[in-house]
Design a protein around this ligand. Structure first.
Ligand code: PEP
Ligand code: MG
Length: 755
């Protein structure tokens, strides 16, 4: 067949000429199918395009009845064409009618054609339509014919993607590429973001599809592959591999792919069929992705991501793409889409432009989410497959309240959300008005509302939110976003800035809480089976006293002539506090010996996160100046549920009797020993749970700055004495069946307390 027709190269050359001619889209498509049919010696060639309503519509045909064009339709998954689109796999049949999925469309007159070859029209692994050739004689198409048809389908994918076919789409209908869709994920940070998609890993658009000289392209490919392999070997041989933020295992997988002969063969074949080297990479990547997209095995899916990263690197090398600078071309209201992302990468975006973050992976407590929360932007995570469905510049709504992403939303949805945003803004306005109002309950109890922070970007929120101080400063964030260990003087000047910017408001610094899920790239311990229960926080600090000493010294120096409050995370035994105090004492002596200024007052606290401390409460409180309950970890350990695992983390209610009784015991111990007590986990940030904490007797709570307003509005309307009685009775009642959450909601509702 190739001999008579000139083969795929000739076909692609003709197609290129057709693409360049000033033709109306229907005319262009008609000529394309005619050209393919004649080149492939097929009696039929047809193009079906996927519409937004999930229907594949016949857009052009050579050989079938012309009247069927724009009339014949098949649903996704229906008939041979629908099967190809749904599976994103080709079908090569010598007798189409005997295939179980075959569906007869009388208007086309296709019953006389026996053999059938259909390929998906793919872009980024997504089916945009189907391209088919048919012959009367019963035959199997050869592999090179299949390859040629797939290559041709890329050209049509380009036509669809550039919007060329819009003009010939029936009014009221849309093509799938522009379909509006809603993807459900998990809500990681509240808020509504309206804006435009910015793909964090930019998709390189290959515009130069067809080559003039296959040998030259193969040489270009070989050169790029060579540099790619060298760059991977180079990364692997560097000792500080982890500084790249990439794990050795991933790099090993890259290396395996880069040397994979199957991959290279496929690339060369696509070039021999007429594609440029970059178009060949894109084609093979799209085919592979289409095959792998339905994988459910998380390990294989991960490998797919690795493969994609590698193919993207190769594309960048071939196209000379140097990457855009972040500020350039960034819309004023950017919603960042990423598969996964490091905290530092998010901070690289100009803050004023970023209106939301969408992640395919992630967890509520992942670093990037903590940073996003500090930036006050809505975040939706665990949104599977969302990156492939989005194009740069697509309109999008991120609903961080419900965990939805609305891609290319219809106008009525857009309007509904604009109204929601206005409503939320009005509420924010009301909260802002409360900033200067003293947080005193209706029955006269003064409450201390503090905020959590960890980065300099958080600090302006102190005065904006009206927080009284910082109840938890997560010092590990500075370490997590740096590529190398912050030096002593860097730590000191960082703490100095925090103290300076906080003015007269007190700051409670927490010593390094790394390990577990808080990974510091340049400081890696051994792989652990149970990292949450592993070598982390104060355990790690005590085993690496140099690290702790440096940090304590930096804090002491930064707080010269001021008050310094510091607390220790993940304390399990009182003895750990004793050891920290020992180290601290030596540091104080050292500094005073060298004539350095010292803090005016020094207070040492413990975070209560490990249940074992519940049976050492009196000794603990004796040993410290204050206690801060880390309810995120305390709940995780008390209920034995991984806080980062969405499957189990919501299984038990922190407002259930058991956890509330634990908290009540802590409050009682604080009262008994006269020890100042605060709580700084997520429980403090929701008005209902904050109300429960006040009812238990907490008088100081620390939360994300955005929560201060809603929590203050709640407490101003609260008679905390009345609530305490109700809660005390309910917690003492061992026969009660009504969930505590209902009881609290009912209390709030019947007392007009805004939640
Ligand atoms: C906690 O565990 O509740 C806490 C405040 O610490 P982190 O969330 O940083 O572990
Ligand atoms: Mg904790």
């Amino acid at each position: 067949m190739r001999d008579q027709s000139g083969g795929p190269r000739v076909l692609l050359r003709r197609l290129r000429e057709l693409m360049a001619e000033p033709l109306e889209p229907q005319e262009r498509l008609d000529r394309i199918v005619r050209q393919i049919a004649s080149n492939m010696v097929a009696e039929v060639c047809s193009v079906y395009v996927l519409r937004a309503d999930g229907v594949l519509e016949l857009y052009a045909t050579e050989g079938l009845n012309k009247e069927a064009v724009h009339l014949s339709q098949l649903k996704m998954g229906q008939g041979l064409v629908g099967t190809i689109a749904a599976s994103a796999q080709p079908l090569n049949l010598s007798d189409a009618q005997s295939h179980p999925a075959f569906r007869y469309l009388p208007e086309t007159g296709e019953e006389i054609y026996h053999s059938f070859l259909g390929v998906p029209i793919l872009r980024g692994g997504r089916s945009l339509g189907v391209l088919v050739v048919q012959n009367k004689a019963s035959r199997n198409y050869r592999d090179d014919e299949l390859e040629a048809l797939e290559t041709t389908a890329m050209v049509i994918a380009e036509m669809i993607a550039t919007g060329d076919l819009k003009k010939i789409t029936k009014p009221g209908l849309e093509l799938d590429l522009t379909r509006s869709i809603t993807i459900d994920g998990d809500s990681y940070n509240d808020g509504i973001g309206l804006g435009y998609v910015v793909l964090h890993e930019p998709r390189i658009v290959v515009t130069n599809l067809l080559n003039d000289d296959a040998e030259k392209e193969i040489r270009r490919l070989a050169e790029a592959l060579g540099s790619l392999r060298i760059s991977i070997d180079d990364m692997l041989s560097r000792r500080e591999v982890s500084m790249e933020g990439e794990h050795r295992e991933v790099l090993e997988t890259y290396r395996m792919f880069a040397h994979d002969q199957g991959w290279v063969r496929k690339l060369e074949e696509a070039i021999r069929n007429g594609l440029t080297a970059e178009a060949a990479v894109e084609k093979v990547q799209s085919d592979t992705k289409a095959r792998m997209i339905r994988l459910t095995d998380p390990y294989l899916r991960e490998r797919m991501h690795d493969f994609e990263d590698l193919a993207n690197r190769l594309l960048r090398m071939l196209t000379g793409y140097t990457g855009r600078t972040l500020a350039e071309g960034l819309p004023a209201d950017a919603i960042i889409f990423a598969r996964a992302m490091g905290a530092a990468e998010l901070l690289d975006y100009p803050r004023t432009n970023v209106r939301g973050l969408v992640l395919e992976e992630g967890a509520v407590t992942s670093h990037v989410v903590i940073v996003a929360r500090a930036m006050g932007i809505p975040v939706v995570g665990q949104a599977a497959g969302v990156v492939a469905l989005a194009e740069n510049g697509d309109a999008v709504i991120v609903d961080g309240e419900e965990g939805h992403i609305h891609l290319r939303p219809l106008s009525d949805l857009q309007r509904a959300y604009e109204e929601k945003v206005r409503f939320r803004a009005r509420r924010q306005e009301q909260f802002r008005a409360l900033r200067a109002v003293e947080p005193v309950t209706k029955d006269g109890q003064r409450i201390h509302l503090l905020m959590n922070a960890g980065l300099l970007v958080d600090l302006p929120q102190l005065s904006e939110s009206g927080a009284e101080g910082i109840g938890l400063f997560r010092t590990e964030l500075q370490f997590m976003i740096a590529s190398t260990m912050p030096k002593a003087d860097e730590q000191e000047s960082f703490y100095r800035s925090v103290i300076k910017q906080s003015g007269s408001r007190p700051v409670t610094f927490r010593t390094l809480d790394i390990g577990g899920d808080k990974v510091v790239p340049y400081f890696r311990g051994h792989e652990e089976e149970n990292p949450a229960l592993g070598w982390r926080a104060i355990r790690l600090s005590l085993d690496r006293p140099g690290l702790l000493r440096t940090q304590l010294r930096a804090m002491l120096r930064a707080a010269a002539d001021r008050e310094l409050k510091l607390m220790v995370p993940m304390v399990t035994e009182v003895q750990e506090i004793v050891r920290v105090r020992d180290i601290l004492r030596k540091e104080v002596q050292h500094l005073s010996r060298f004539g350095h200024g010292l803090p005016r007052k020094l207070q040492v606290g413990a975070m209560l996160e490990v249940p074992a401390l519940l049976w050492q409460l009196d000794e603990l409180m004796e040993a410290v100046d204050f206690v801060s309950v880390g309810s995120n970890d305390l709940f995780q350990f008390a209920m034995a549920v991984d806080r980062g695992n969405a499957r189990v983390s919501d299984r038990f209610d922190p407002l259930g009797r058991s956890f509330l009784r634990i908290l009540r015991d802590i409050v009682r111990a604080g009262q008994r020993t006269g020890t100042p007590l605060t709580l700084c986990g997520e429980l403090a940030g929701k008005p209902l749970s904050a109300m429960a904490l006040l009812g238990l007797g907490f008088r100081s709570i620390s939360m994300s700055p955005a929560s201060i307003g809603p929590v203050k509005a709640m407490l101003l309307a609260l008679d905390v004495g009345a609530l305490s009685k109700v809660m005390e009775d309910a917690l003492n009642d061992t026969q009660a069946v009504e969930p505590m959450r209902h009881l609290l909601e009912h209390f709030a509702h019947s007392h007009n307390i805004p939640l």
